[in-house]
Design a protein around this ligand. Sequence first.
Ligand code: NDP
Length: 473
Amino acid sequence: MSQARIGLVGLGVMGANLSLNIAENGFPVAVFNRAGSVTDAFVASAGALSARIVPAKTYEALIASLAKPRAVIIMVKAGGAVDAVIDALTPLMEPGDMIIDAGNADFHDTRRREAALREKRLNFIGMGVSGGEEGARHGPSIMIGGNPESYAVIRDIIEAIAAKHEGAPCAAHFGPDGAGHFVKTVHNGIEYADMQMIAEVYGLLRDGAGRRPAEIGALFADWNKGPLKSYLVEISGRVLGTPDPQTGKPIVDVIVDMAGQKGTGRWTVIEALRLGQSPSTIEAAVAARSWSSEKATREEGAALFDDLASDPLLIPSDRELEQALLAAKIIAYDQGFKILSAASGEYEWNLDLASAAEVWREGCIIRSALLDDMAAAIREGLPQGQLIFAPRFAGLIREGARALRHTVSYAASAGLPVPAFANALAYFDTMRQSRGTADLIQAQRDFFGAHGFARIDGGADRHGPWAGAVAHS
Ligand code: NDP
């Protein structure tokens, strides 16, 4: 076989499937895995595609099997493992060669790695890949950051392996260094909110209405035919209809209610706060996962407060819940796009937000019918940068606002937690309140810290007459 077009390090779940996808699209790929037995097993299971796979047992052999300029994808556990692989590869590479980190990296790490490799005249691309195992194998959504000249070298491969939306590849170059990984991080943050909101509806129907998982699953399957059509609603419906082979019970009923997380949701929130943004729906979803892991505490709390009575309102109808979920979801995306916009300004990435919505239309976990409309709305221009103000979404929010309010009110009255829904509603209500309550916050700050305030009449006096303030004790 002639030399491979591209190399790949890390034949775990994602790396193995991405390699098969590359080979299937006609590109010879050289592969390396730290544990060599994994490489052997991978090649043995690749069937006819093994003709386009070059197994390498050392980094030297991997590099030797690549056409120049050499390009190596790293698909290993995020963090120190990525640095270890970079350290192993760089002494073997020549100026103009490139390393592509396709894992879920913190974009600050990507910026650091890009700068360090640039010093060595090597190129570094941060490539966000979404779609899980199935996406990696048959077409993920791909978000690229790095210099455009490097991307041009591998663009044909990336566009061939990416998911397609009406023939257009769901892969885009977003800007330099960490831009692609940041878009992927925010994608994951939105994914957290999306998943949490679906789980909150499940909770209201299970604990409020006493519905069985299969009934809730059937409702989700029905919603998946309407404006909520999305991968996450679809799989939630399927999950809820699945029995446990061992007990015959619904599978969700035998799963411990403690959610894992690997950090991308948290990174989204941390970076958003750094940028002066507050993605409260995403933060609520991260918090809900963290609280879920405090199982023993929750059990003690349940016993301690078991006797607290609630006086629930009438539970929202299925139609209201559908409208509430749609409205809350749009609000979560509004917050996600605002983070992207803020980061774009801060890091001078010039991110194309519509392009983000476009590459998320297929292949990735948050793919949904709504994203096509979101891309169109962003291209038309968002009033005040708010998706919820864009005419086509303002209309949906207007239709769903009452249902969202009823859902949050019902949940509060029934003592059922809906942190993402509640935060979505609070954000929406804040963003439609022309005079808020920060006048008092400013007065408090000036009272105790002489921080000053702006007057609505534009007057010059920036401090209150606090020495004469009335004590109401
Ligand atoms: P796996 O756990 O399946 O595989 C991890 C891989 O990393 C293995 O090949 C392992 O090699 C290798 N590795 C770990 N440490 C080192 C090291 N120090 N040096 C060299 N190789 C090392 O991970 P995934 O495929 O699930 O994930 C890979 C990346 O993709 C992660 O960043 C993940 O966050 C991201 N990702 C995962 C998705 C998913 O759905 N799973 C979706 C999107 C992104 P060995 O066999 O020798 O241990």
